[in-house]
Ligand binder design. Structure first.
Ligand code: 2AM
Ligand code: CA
Length: 255
């Protein structure tokens, strides 16, 4: 797997250059389903480049990506799950909080993850049972309790029916934490849990490409990742996600 990982790193860094050097006058923004859900010409371009690159690197694996409707999730041992730009709304607004995520599931479970934050040149990698790394250095979740910790919250802006519960959850977690944040990129938020920079992340409904790549990074960094109800995540379908450093039973904050 090491050779495959190294090839994926070269590919993801090339794609990161496209994000950082994007011609701001040449960004076409389109609305997708839901509120505030965007796609740009760069999302499409980068997904095509990653899909072609992964087909060369590991031809036996299937591919599922955020953009396009040719997703093929069936009956292969290995499945790549790719978000070409996570934090697309941030990218469209030039907020410089976006990431590229490449996850590899083996028989439906997280096996390898590569997440790249091109604006800050942070490369997160993990392979099952081999630890999690940031730019080649081993990382671990923090040992802070929530009262001294930072909560990253999703607010489900895309799903009106989930908004009010999201804000109630935020109220519940944040009033028991030192502070809260929202980056607008699940990948960045999950990687920050893995790096020990924040303690809890939750979102009531996100897509497999938003969490697959970073999930193995959180787990290999010693963190936990479940649905908001504490159940096992289905990595092939939309899910709620509660990620943490595992220092507490967070069930008591769930409302
Ligand atoms: P995206 O930037 O790739 O669209 C922001 O809260 C996070 O939620 C981002 O990671 C964003 O991914 C993700 N997200 C999940 N479901 C979404 C949806 N239906 N529309 C837009 N973003 C969504
Ligand atoms: Ca995404």
């Amino acid at each position: 797997m090491g050779d495959i990982l190294n090839k994926i790193i070269v590919l993801i860094k090339e794609c990161g250059e496209l994000i950082v050097n994007a011609d701001r006058n040449d960004i076409d923004i389109e609305n997708k389903d839901g509120i505030g859900n965007y796609v740009t010409n760069y999302d499409t371009l980068i997904q095509e480049k990653i899909k072609a690159g992964l087909a060369r690197i590991m031809p036996e694996a299937a591919f599922m990506g955020e953009e396009g409707d040719d997703n093929n999730i069936s009956n292969k041992e290995y499945l790549f799950v790719v978000d070409p730009i996570d934090g697309t709304a941030n990218f469209a607004r030039d907020l410089k909080l976006s990431a590229i995520s490449i996850g590899l599931l083996k028989n439906g479970k997280p096996f390898l993850g590569v997440c790249y934050l091109p604006y800050v040149n942070e490369l997160y990698t993990a392979i099952k049972d081999e630890g999690a790394y940031l730019n080649g250095k081993k990382i671990h979740v923090s040992n802070k309790l929530l009262k001294d910790g930072i909560v990253y919250s999703g607010c489900a802006p895309y799903y009106e029916d989930l908004r009010s519960r999201s804000l109630s959850l935020l109220q519940s977690f944040a009033s028991n934490a030192a502070d809260f944040r929202r980056a607008g990129s699940a990948v960045i938020e999950l990687c920050n849990i893995a790096a020990g920079r924040a303690e809890v992340y939750f979102e009531l409904k996100i897509q497999p490409w938003d969490f697959c790549g970073a999930s193995i990074i959180v787990l290999e960094a010693g963190g936990t990742l479940t649905t908001i109800d504490g159940n096992e995540i289905d990595y092939l379908h939309p899910s709620s996600v509660l990620a943490s450093n595992g220092m507490e039973d967070y069930n008591k904050y769930i409302v």
